[in-house]
Each structure stands twice: as structure tokens, then as C-alpha cells.
Design a protein around this ligand. Sequence first.
Ligand code: FES
Length: 188
Amino acid sequence: MRVRCVKNLIETQSINTIQQSKMNPVSKHTRRRLLNGLWVTLSGLALAEIAWVVGTFLKPLKSNGSSEQPVKVIDVGPADLFLPRTVTAFPQGRFYLACLEDGGFLALSRRCTHLGCTVPWDPEKGQFACPCHASVFDIRGDVIRSPAPRALDRFAVAIENNRVKVNVGKPIRRSTFDNKQVVYRVHP
Ligand code: FES
């Protein structure tokens, strides 16, 4: 008896649903259009997001043409600390501070200008020797032996209150050594 009641109820609901759908073809059509519209909108949003992500990755970094160089200054200590004809490594800043024969200072990148290997200083020979392809540089970073195509990059040096400060924010590219690159302490 109970089973028959349930069966009748299901049959009645099915008939109602069929009748509703037959009676209201417009609402069915409208629903389909709404769903299609929603689908198109969501697809458009997804495509726009993908385009934005791809564009962000492919966009070249802004060139620092002029004054917008990042500043990160390392105070390496009193100028008197460094003796002429010596090179001191500063691994945290990835540079060497070279104190030249006349007491002038140069901060040199430790990155080889051939393919970027780290270049160690050889104090006995008084030169930088790249372990990768045998390029050699003198104490000023100039090329003694290729394949390195140009001198080691340098960093800006300033001496303030007898302290040597190196701006490691951006390496300065150069083809060769020039006396203008050397910084001297000013004696009062
Ligand atoms: S990376 Fe230094 S010589 Fe090639």
C-alpha cells in the first residue's frame, strides 16, 4: 500500500514536470541563453587573466637609463686598513676591493666577463685567473688574457670620513681600465 502511494506520488511529479516544461518553453529557452551568456563571460575573464599573466612574464624589465639605479651601499671600513697592491674579497657583496699601487681604490665585480664564472684573486701572481676558460685579469680588472672580451665590471666607490663605501646596487660595465675610475682619499 505504502509503496503504491510513493509510486503514485513520483508519477504525479513527473507528469507535472513534463507538463510544466511543455507549457513553458520560453523559460527553458531563457535559462539556456543565460547559461550561455555566463559561460561566454567566464571564458572571457579566464582568457583575459591568462593574457595578463603571459604579458607580465614577457614584458622586458624597465631599463635603468639614468638616475633610477638601486642604491645598496656597503661600508667596508677605514681607508687606512687597506694597503697598496692588495686585493680584499667581500663575498657578501660579490666584489673585490683593490687598493692600487698609488693608494687609489677600485671595487671590482668577481664575475668573469666571458661567461660569468667567479674569478678568484691569486695574490702570488697578483692577478685574477678565471678557472673556467683561463681568462686572466690584472689588479685593475683589465684583461691580460682572453677569451674575456672586456675588463671586469666595477662598482662605484666613495670615501667619506675616511671610510670606504661601495655601492653594489648596480655593476658598472666598462671595456677597459681608465684612471678616472680610481677613487682616492682626500687628505685635509
Ligand atoms: S667564464 Fe671566465 S674565461 Fe670563460
